[in-house]
Design a protein around this ligand. Sequence first.
Ligand SMILES: [Zn+2]
Length: 344
Amino acid sequence: MTKRHALGHLLAAIPPGMTRSLRLAHRGRYLTVLCYHRILERGADFPFDDDLVSASPAQFESELRFIARHWRTIDFRMLRDHVAREGRFPDRSLIITFDDGYLDNYEVAYPLLRKYDLPAVMFVTAGYMGKRRLFWWDRLAYVAKTASKRSASIEEPIRLSIDLDSFPGRQDAARHLIHTAKTLPDGDKELFIRRLAASFEVEIDESRFATTMGWSDLREMSAGGIEIGAHSISHPIFSNIDGDLLAHEVSQSKAVIEKELGREVISFGSPGRGRILDEEKERFEKTLRDLVVSSGYSFSTMYQWGLVYENEFDAFRIRRIGIESYDTPPVFRAKLSYPELMSY
Ligand SMILES: [Zn+2]
């Protein structure tokens, strides 16, 4: 058992109601926002990024049962209305969010959310809806996980030699390549993927894979209690693009989704940031926050981990708690009750 699991077991033994009362007494009301990506049963030959799978269907269902028992699940519209009406957060409130817009959100997560009558917010990548396109991290994972050649080397955009056998597993190699891509300017990242695929002699035929939702799926969910939020147009590495493109990605994703769904989009989920210096992070987040505000959103999630306290609430820097497929039930429960002890 790892330290993290031991801590999870210990903390999960404390009843959630008791934790909440103590927290309320010390810090006041708060909101819990969970971050999921994919809900999926992975086969042994799953060719994409395992790290984006947040739970298996059975695991997700047991998490929903726990949430339904102890929290009041809302979305950003309900939060906005409640705060406008009462001047404060609803008690015991929790928001379930999903990033990216994967098809399993509609096929697997949505029926389970309906079964437990829980709302959720799905932040979708507008330019990928209804298209057969693979996100950049899935293309890199596909190269690392399906290559029959063991090694490759490229000269552009960076010099890199990689031996797949030097990693414990193919997903580890994929993770290494994804981390490397996060250090590159976004345009170079595309060249990086193309050159690697060529060197490994892997053909990425995106038309073979339907991994993202279609607009009709989103319309159905929007009518069925799911709030659709924006998550950019093309999901570039957000800190590694220029200011004009950043502004376009933030404002146009809202416009495109609103046009397709005929409904206002009030929330923005910021796509992943690159690996940048701490002082750059601050400047980047301020620029991004300003763009989200000027684009007309009412809420956005940012890159911080933790709970959202009413007395220090910034609607444009909402913290979340990331849920992972390797979270055991005690770790999941501890993450919800003691997120500050369970962050990475
Ligand atoms: Zn994302």
